[in-house]
Write a protein that binds this ligand. Structure first.
Ligand code: ADP
Ligand code: ZN
Ligand code: ZN
Length: 741
């Protein structure tokens, strides 16, 4: 048996794996992630390395391969844990070990650390120092006297303060240093993304419901009974306060926590809540940090400078060696599933990491994923409920459903139903705020022909083009653009035009209908520049506008106390997505959007506009009835053998050559039929979008009750593929995919 070993954990050398033979006596004990000593280089000096893989084959000359010298016996370093986690991810989600390692091990950066310089007193004799001060004052050497006086009061002063506030020049400082009066000390400083904030304290006392959850989870924690928990709390029930209390208790015992939040919810407001409680013991990771800043945060975590790391999915790999909790807020969010290989889900990966580390996982949501509810039902997750809003007098909103078919029948052709218009009018008179939510972007949806029914599609991607403000049609997959057409490309009819309205169009309509209202719009187009997202939110929070129109971006994690009406303009748009989670996503979106209304004293109302008022996702969202939705949806999943009841593996075959995509997918399909005939298979077939950017796409779906069967099938297919017959073809595996392909 042979082991793949990396000598140095740094990004550059992850690719560089060295193979060693595993001596018989080490074989039973050696596992992936272990630290070992190996002879290295021509002198065979012993170096420490990490085992990243164990195989029974070697690509090297068997006579020349060296033996592992010994296993390093010591407490398991954090790197070992992360390498073992990478191995688990590769096994359960596919891809190579190298891809998995790059996901879990932070990238080393080459930029230099920032320097922090301080000035301190070198004199140790205080009498001497005071005499010197008197002498300097007498001789009118005021700058020197000023500094010396300040140093007699403070042990050390920032270099910048000395030069800028005390007005002591660099030349004077140098002279004083040479005379042995002062010392200038420089030290490396990690960049701190929250370093500019000021802490203002907090004064929240948990209510009974919250306290009960904290006590129960904390009791397990104190008894070292680490577990997996689900907090199902209605919007505004104070889940974040529960997390913070548990984190604080763990921190008091030297245990650190990771809080995962969807990137879009990582707003200034959220960061401040944590900062007010934990100050500089909290740090954040997000996509706008530079590589160097990210790496610094990982080092700070490793060095024990932090109690909490907040960030999106990738923050899961923060190298805390004393992990207490991993918290996943809004656990139902699709952003917790990686879109690149390995296509891991943060929820399961967190549970595995916590299991290895001896830590607890807390999932939180108002609308838990079917997966988590299903697990809770089967006793694999312990569930707690928070059923009331935390703020005094705040209650859940009243929901109305407006049937858009009826509106049309009654001659209302506007995108705003009469009920919504009426309630908006009321809010504007009372000086309250309104949010209008549309699950779409661009000026108006697709362009279609009313005579033949064809939509104008992208020639490369086989998806409908979207009409933009400047009159062009654009493909959202590949960026292809064409100018607006006046005749149908299929049949030549001139009855061709934009179909449904987008956010820009709605803004126009709203401004026309309510000329006095101040309107803000938040969508992909208005938030492309840095900070624009935060600016729009704070402008709305400061009541600089009456109405905020937006896409799903406005649904997340923001408290607007003055919002008492939420309009959901076309609830069923997301029901048309052609994958099995369409209803679940619609229910979650509607419930979350509705949850924006009435977060403070004034009661909220919600209008759900839809063409399918009887759909169970719409009905359940209207009544804020999670249980009813869950039962119906689970029955559907059971009937169709979909997750979470069964497991689904998507095998995606892509190639610039259509013939290769075809032959490869056909071959894989045949092989599966021969070796895994007990699994149910769909395909091979063309993907929903058969071509993107001139790349051909084929899919195979495998279903099984047992996840392990799918892993075996994947392993088998990987060995078929390793024979290398399809050079230009890529095959990716996606376990329990959350989006269609
Ligand atoms: P969730 O995360 O469940 O949506 P939050 O934790 O954001 O809820 O709480 C919603 C609002 O209620 C926040 O403004 C928060 O400060 C407030 N809040 C939470 N718990 C309490 C409490 N015990 N007393 C007073 N206000 C609270
Ligand atoms: Zn036509
Ligand atoms: Zn395209």
């Amino acid at each position: 048996m042979y082991a793949d070993i990396i000598i140095d954990i740094s990004h550059e050398k992850l690719d560089k794996v060295f193979q060693y033979r595993i001596p018989e006596e080490l074989l039973p004990r050696l596992t992936i992630g272990m630290q070992v000593q190996v002879p290295f280089g021509s002198g065979n000096a012993l170096r420490t390395g990490y085992v990243v893989d164990i195989t029974d084959q070697t690509d090297y000359d068997v006579d020349k391969i060296k033996d592992i010298a010994r296993i390093v016996e010591q407490s398991v370093p954090i790197e070992s844990q992360l390498i073992a986690l990478a191995a688990w991810m590769r096994r359960n989600y596919g891809g190579t070990m190298n891809q998995a390692l790059k996901t879990v091990i932070p990238v080393k950066h080459k930029e230099r650390l920032q320097q922090k310089r301080t000035v301190e007193l070198a004199l140790t004799d205080m009498v001497e120092a005071k005499n010197l001060l008197a002498e300097l004052t007498r001789k009118h050497r005021t700058a020197r006297a000023r500094l010396l006086e300040a140093l007699l009061e403070n042990d050390r002063i920032d270099y910048e303060v000395v030069t800028h506030k005390l007005n002591v020049t660099a030349a004077v400082l140098r002279a004083m240093e040479e005379q042995g009066i002062i010392r200038i000390v420089s030290e490396d400083r990690y960049r701190n993304p929250v370093g500019h904030l000021t802490k203002s304290g907090y004064n929240i006392v948990l209510n009974e419901e919250q306290q009960a959850v904290v006590d129960a989870i904390d009791a397990d924690f104190q008894a070292e009974q680490y577990g997996n928990y689900l907090i199902q709390g209605v919007t505004g029930s104070g889940k974040t306060e529960v997390y913070m209390e548990l984190i604080a208790r763990a921190a008091a015992q030297g245990r650190s926590s990771i809080v995962l939040i969807p990137e879009i919810a990582l707003t200034f407001q959220t960061v401040m809540r944590f900062y007010n409680r934990f100050g500089d013991r909290v740090s954040i990771l997000h996509s706008r940090l530079s590589q160097g800043e990210r790496y610094d945060q990982f080092l700070r975590a490793k060095n024990g400078e932090l109690d909490v790391m907040i960030g999106p999915r990738s923050a899961l790999f923060t190298p805390f060696s004393n992990l207490g909790y991993i918290i996943i807020d809004e656990e139902h969010e699709s952003s917790y599933k990686s879109e690149t290989v390995p296509r891991y889900h943060a929820r399961e990966t967190a549970m595995e990491r916590a299991r290895m580390a001896g830590a607890s996982v807390i999932l939180g949501s108002a609308t838990p994923s079917l997966e988590s509810s299903y697990r809770a039902e089967k006793g694999q997750l312990r569930r707690f409920y928070l059923s009331n809003r935390a703020k005094n007098a705040s209650t859940l909103p009243t929901c109305h459903v407006a049937d858009l078919r009826e509106e049309l029948k009654n001659g209302n052709r506007s995108i705003l139903s009469r009920k919504l218009q009426e309630l908006m009018e009321e809010r504007l008179v009372r000086g309250e705020q309104v949010m209008l939510f549309l699950n779409r972007r661009g000026m108006a949806g697709f362009v279609s022909c009313r005579e033949c029914g064809e939509a104008v599609k992208c020639p490369h991607c086989d998806v409908s083009l979207s009409l933009h403000n400047n009159g062009t049609l654009k493909c959202h997959y590949c960026g292809y653009e064409m100018s607006q057409v006046t005749r149908c490309p299929s049949c030549g009819s001139k009855y061709i035009g934009a179909f449904r309205a987008g956010t820009q169009k709605i803004e126009e309509i709203v401004k026309k209908r309510f000329p006095g209202a101040r309107v803000l719009r938040m969508d992909y187009d208005t938030t492309r520049t840095k900070d624009s997202y935060e600016k729009i939110l704070s402008a709305f929070a400061n009541e600089e506008a009456d109405i905020l129109i937006g896409t799903q971006m406005i649904v997340k994690g923001h408290d607007f106390p003055k919002v008492t009406l939420v309009g959901i303009l076309a609830a069923d748009l997301s029901l048309h997505a052609n994958d099995y989670r369409a209803a679940e996503r619609t229910f979650q979106l509607l419930t979350q959007a509705a949850g924006r209304a009435g977060r403070a004293e004034r009661a909220g109302e919600v209008v759900i506009q839809t063409y399918q008022p009887d759909h169970y996702a719409v009905q359940a969202a209207k009544d804020q009835d999670y249980e009813r939705f869950y039962e119906q949806e689970l029955a559907y999943r059971e009937l169709m053998c979909y997750p979470p009841v069964w497991n689904l593996l998507l095998i995606a075959v892509t190639s610039p050559r259509e013939a290769e995509a075809e032959s490869c997918s056909r071959k894989l399909g045949q092989w599966l039929q021969e070796h895994f005939s007990q699994l149910s298979m769909i395909g091979p077939t063309e993907a929903t979008v058969a071509k993107v950017n001139d790349i051909y796409r084929r899919v195979i779906y495998l279903k099984s009750e047992d996840y392990g069967d799918l892993v075996c099938a994947k392993d088998g297919l990987e060995s078929v593929l390793s024979q290398g017959m399809w050079r230009q073809t890529t095959v990716q595996f996606d376990f329990n995919p959350i989006t269609g392909f």
